[in-house]
Design a protein around this ligand. Structure first.
Ligand SMILES: [Zn+2]
Length: 394
């Protein structure tokens, strides 16, 4: 068995149990055996290893867990972005533009885009990335989107209910029947999760409930896009169905926050349904940010993710989302870093990632900085010096 010692760490974020939420250790070392963390402790007591990386006093964190991304698409919507920045509102209607381009693309073109964006994210410290379908919206195109996504990530999500495609515009009930029937059957072998865009102009609560229940019946976990563009029933539907995560959460009522807080684990470790906040979307649509402080103060577990997609948030950068969360959403740097690592892992119901404790997957990032604080303190600066994924330096 080959071993690797990451040595001379000035600040190690473990997200393990400790005096602070990030479980920080100073002057530390991490021993990796194969793809797992085997030992964490003071650098002075570090065991011998086959290979050593001396990080020279830098900060080391768990790799980022981006639990919400739409990478399987074709085309570009830069002109739509420019129009929005010139004053046009975001309605979600541009999704159909991407659907047309995606259907026209070859498998290899879609695969190349997924790999390019996944590589871009990896270089920015993302070691786990969820990938959704949702720009195919036909049986064949949703199935191939997920087949291509599954080549790159085990965290794949069937989002056939992204919008109602143009050819079903006047008969949405028929489209819901297609999603729950042949489309789900074709997609499920490649999917771990099912998701619905539950929003005015997309799917109403009855359609969303029906689709998610069909997915649950074939063993898919539930997550959903909820309360992004306005208030609505999405968050409470997610709680009702035991969703792992409700995503966006920009427009919440007191009852929504209470419902999320009510999913608290009896062991005191946060909530069973995570609120995943996607500040890249608010940035790129020039919209008000979600109030992370309100959720955190109510005891709700918060995750941060990119929502990487060609329309409303074309960023693959978790450090950018951390900086936005701190500056615009009243999160502390520590809360934002936790939400981008351990929080994302909770949103995917994973306990082997987002932490650097013995037994965890050896997904580490080395910063070009002495502290995690620099991720928000130095926005826009490429601070990820090295990424180790599954125990392998990238
Ligand atoms: Zn999304």
């Amino acid at each position: 068995m080959s071993s690797l010692l990451v040595h001379n760490i000035g600040e190690l974020v473990t997200n393990g149990i400790g005096a602070d939420p990030l479980g920080i250790r100073r002057k530390a070392a991490v021993l990796v055996e194969e793809d797992r963390v085997a030992w964490v402790g003071p650098a002075a007591y570090a065991p011998a290893a086959d290979h050593r990386i001396d990080v020279g006093g830098a900060a080391v964190l768990p790799g980022f867990v981006d639990s919400h991304a739409h990478l399987v698409f074709a085309g570009d919507r830069a002109a739509e972005f420019a129009a929005r920045m010139a004053g046009e509102p975001y309605t979600g209607g541009g999704i159909r533009t991407t659907v047309g381009a995606t259907r026209a693309a070859t498998d290899d073109e879609l695969r190349a885009t997924v790999r390019r964006l996944r590589g871009e994210a990896l270089h920015q410290g993302t070691t786990t990335m969820e990938i959704k379908s949702g720009y195919g919206l036909s049986v064949a195109d949703e199935a191939r989107s997920l087949r291509i996504a599954a080549e790159t990530s085990p965290e794949t999500t069937f989002l056939g209910a992204h919008v109602v495609p143009a050819e079903y515009a006047d008969r949405p009930d028929d489209y819901v029947g297609l999603v729950c029937g042949p489309m789900l059957a074709a997609a499920a072998p490649y999917a771990k999760w099912i998701d619905v865009f539950c929003e005015r102009g997309a799917f109403d609560v009855d359609h969303a409930r029906a689709i998610l229940a069909c997915g649950q019946a074939v063993g898919l976990g539930v997550r959903l896009h909820a309360n992004q563009l306005g208030p609505g029933p999405g968050v409470q539907l997610g709680v009702e169905l035991g969703a792992a995560s409700v995503d966006h959460c920009t427009h919440l009522s007191d009852a929504d926050v209470e419902a999320l807080a009510g999913t608290a684990h009896s062991d005191g470790f946060g909530t069973r349904t995570v609120a995943t906040l996607l500040p890249g979307a608010e940035f790129s649509t020039r919209s008000p940010y979600p109030d992370a402080r309100r959720l955190l103060d109510a005891g709700v577990t918060v995750a941060l993710a990119t929502d990487c997609n060609p329309g409303s948030s074309y960023t693959s950068s978790m450090p950018f989302c951390i900086a936005l969360a701190v500056r615009e959403m009243r999160m502390t740097p520590a809360e934002a870093v936790w939400a981008a690592t351990a929080g994302g892992a909770r949103a995917l119901r994973r306990d082997d990632i987002g932490v650097l404790t013995p037994g965890a997957r050896a997904d580490l990032i080395v910063l070009d900085a002495p502290s995690h604080l620099h991720l928000a303190y130095r926005p826009g600066v490429p601070l990820i010096r090295q990424v180790i994924r599954n125990g392998v330096p990238q």
